[in-house]
Design a protein around this ligand. Structure first.
Ligand code: SF4
Length: 136
């Protein structure tokens, strides 16, 4: 059993297609939606976690790509400005997903663990120095 996270971006037209349903029914994948942004007339985004057979995950993602759904890594939607960090550790305290890594006195004293991050932006909200930016 493999698990994979990805951010899916849909054109306004593609939003009408039941792609998440098809991933489950045609490829026998377990699908968990971790974050969604869908607005009428705009590009839609879903952060999903897929689990199932490795080949089925690959086939399912290829199927999405054939529908012009863009598939990105989670990392493409956040940026960490290491030089601004004053090690307040507020991000570490609020992160609900164990996705903040602290490395005291390192030149990169804070980082996001991509595999855990759910792009909730709570770290950005509490950081007094503006270390984190998101583009979900
Ligand atoms: S976006 Fe949310 S889950 Fe990701 S590192 Fe920040 S607080 Fe944690």
């Amino acid at each position: 059993m493999k698990m994979e996270r990805a951010v899916l971006s849909f054109s306004p037209d593609a939003i009408r297609r039941p792609v998440t349903y098809l991933l489950v029914s045609n490829y026998k994948l377990r699908l968990n939606i971790l974050r969604a942004k869908v607005m009428p007339g705009e590009e839609g985004r879903l952060l999903i976690e897929l689990s199932g057979d490795k080949d089925k995950i690959r086939q399912g993602l290829e199927y999405l790509a054939s529908l012009n759904v863009r598939i990105d890594r989670v990392q493409n939607f956040y940026d960490v400005n290491y030089s601004k960090c004053k090690e307040a550790k507020k991000c570490f305290q609020v992160c609900p997903a164990d996705a903040i890594e602290l490395r005291p006195e390192d030149e990169r004293p804070v980082d996001i663990i991509e595999d855990n991050c759910i792009l909730c932006e709570k770290c950005r909200e509490v950081c007094p120095e503006g270390v984190f930016t998101f583009t979900f």
